[in-house]
Ligand binder design. Structure first.
Ligand code: CU
Length: 356
C-alpha cells in the first residue's frame, strides 16, 4: 500500500465536496457555513467547478446525507490523516554535511538544481534545492573556523547564496549587484570566510528570492560557540525550518502527515532551532509542555523566558529548550489555524512531540 492511500479514504474529497455543496444549499448548518468561509484550495476549486450544478433542494434526486453521516465523513478524513502520521515520503532534507578538509579549511560543495520533491504523501512538486535536499544540507561549524563554499548553479536562472545572520566580510554577503555578480546558469562561485558570530543561522538564495527561497533554496547554518561552557547541555538538538511558499505550509520541507515527529525519552532536554524562511509569521504552539526561549537570531536572550506559543517571523531564528517531562504524543503546530487544519483534517505546519 502506498502512503497516498491514506489520503483517499473510502469517502473521497470530491464526493464530500459535492455533498457539502448540497448541504450548504439545503441545510444551512454551522458546519456548512464554516465550509463556505474557508478558502478553497486549488484542487478543491477544480473539484467544485467540475461538479455538476447543484439541483434545487426540492428537486434533489438523492436525499442529502444526514447531519450524523456528514460528521462521520469528516471525522473519517481527520482520523485517516492522523493515523498516517508520520507518513513516509521520498526525500529528507537538513542532513548534516561533512566538509572536506583542505589545509585546515572546511570545504563544502553546494549544487543548485531542480528536483521533484514529495511534500506530503503522493504530492510531488518541482523544487529548487541544494544537493537534492529540502531544506538543503545542514552546515554546522565552530566560531572561528575557516570555511570555503563552492556553489554550482544547475538552475535555469542565476542565483546567489547569502549567509543569513553571519557577519561576514561584505564581498561574501551574496547579494547580486550589491556585493557580487549573480551566479549564472551553469556557472560556479566560491565563498570563503572565517566564521564570525555563533548561533542558529541560515543560508539561502538572495536572487529572485521570493521564488527561489520559496522553491527550496534554503538551509541551516549553525555555528557552535568557541566557548562551549555557555551552551546548554541538551540530549536532542534539532532544527525546524518553516516555509509557506511554493510547497504550501511546511516544516523542514514536508507537510503533515509527512512531517517528522520529535521523539524524546522522558526527562530528556531538547533544543529546537526555529527558522522562518517563509513570508508569513508562524506562531508555533507546543501542547503539554512549555518552551524556554534562550536565543534570538543567534544572540542569547538577556534572561531565558517561558512560553508555549512563539511567533517566528520571516528571517527570524529562535532557539528554545523543552524539558520532555510529560509523557504522551503532543500536538505541535502553527497556531494560525488555516496553516494547520481544514475540514479535511490536519495538514501543513503540524507535527508532534512524542515523549516516551
Ligand atoms: Cu503558520
Amino acid at each position: 500500500m502506498s502512503n497516498a492511500d491514506h489520503l483517499n479514504p473510502p469517502t473521497s474529497r470530491r464526493a464530500f465536496l459535492r455533498r457539502g455543496t448540497l448541504a450548504t444549499l439545503a441545510i444551512p448548518t454551522s458546519l456548512a457555513a464554516l465550509n463556505s468561509c474557508l478558502p478553497a484550495k486549488p484542487e478543491e476549486a477544480r473539484a467544485a467547478s467540475s461538479a455538476p450544478p447543484a439541483p434545487e433542494p426540492h428537486a434533489a434526486a438523492v436525499a442529502p446525507p444526514t447531519r450524523a453521516a456528514r460528521a462521520e465523513e469528516m471525522d473519517a478524513m481527520h482520523e485517516a490523516g492522523v493515523k498516517a502520521f508520520p507518513a513516509k515520503t521520498e526525500g529528507k532534507g537538513n542532513l548534516l554535511m561533512s566538509p572536506r578538509l583542505d589545509r585546515g579549511v572546511k570545504v563544502y560543495e553546494l549544487t543548485c538544481s531542480e528536483v521533484q520533491w514529495e511534500v506530503s504523501p503522493g504530492k510531488r512538486m518541482a523544487a529548487w534545492v541544494y544537493n537534492g535536499q529540502l531544506p538543503g544540507p545542514q552546515i554546522r561549524v565552530r566560531e572561528g573556523d575557516r570555511v570555503r563554499i563552492h556553489v554550482k548553479n544547475e538552475l535555469p536562472e542565476s542565483t546567489c547564496v547569502h549567509f543569513h545572520g553571519l557577519e561576514v566580510p561584505v564581498d561574501q554577503d551574496g547579494v547580486p549587484f550589491i556585493t557580487q555578480k549573480p551566479i549564472k546558469p551553469g556557472a560556479s562561485f566560491t565563498y570563503e570566510f572565517t566564521v564570525p558570530n555563533a548561533g542558529s543561522h541560515m543560508y539561502h538564495s538572495h536572487h529572485n528570492a521570493a521564488k527561489q527561497v520559496g522553491m527550496g533554496l534554503l538551509g541551516a547554518f549553525i555555528v557552535e560557540p568557541k566557548d562551549k561552557s555557555r551552551e546548554p547541555k541538551v540530549d536532542i538538538d534539532t532544527v525546524m525550518i518553516l516555509n509557506d511558499m511554493a510547497h504550501g505550509y511546511t516544516l523542514n520541507g514536508k507537510g503533515f502527515p509527512a512531517t517528522e515527529p520529535l521523539v524524546a525519552k522522558r526527562g530528556q532536554k531538547i533544543r529546537i532551532r526555529f527558522m522562518n524562511e517563509g513570508m508569513q509569521i508562524h506562531p508555533m504552539h507546543l501542547h503539554g509542555m512549555h518552551m524556554t526561549v534562550i536565543a534570538k537570531d543567534g544572540w542569547d536572550q538577556p534572561a531565558p523566558w517561558k512560553c508555549d506559543t512563539l511567533n517566528i517571523a520571516p528571517g527570524e531564528r529562535w532557539d528554545v529548550l523543552v524539558d520532555a517531562t510529560n509523557p504522551g504524543t503532543w500536538a505541535f503546530h502553527c497556531h494560525i489555524l488555516t496553516h494547520a487544519e481544514s475540514e479535511h483534517g490536519m495538514f501543513g505546519m503540524v507535527t508532534a512531540l512524542i515523549v516516551q
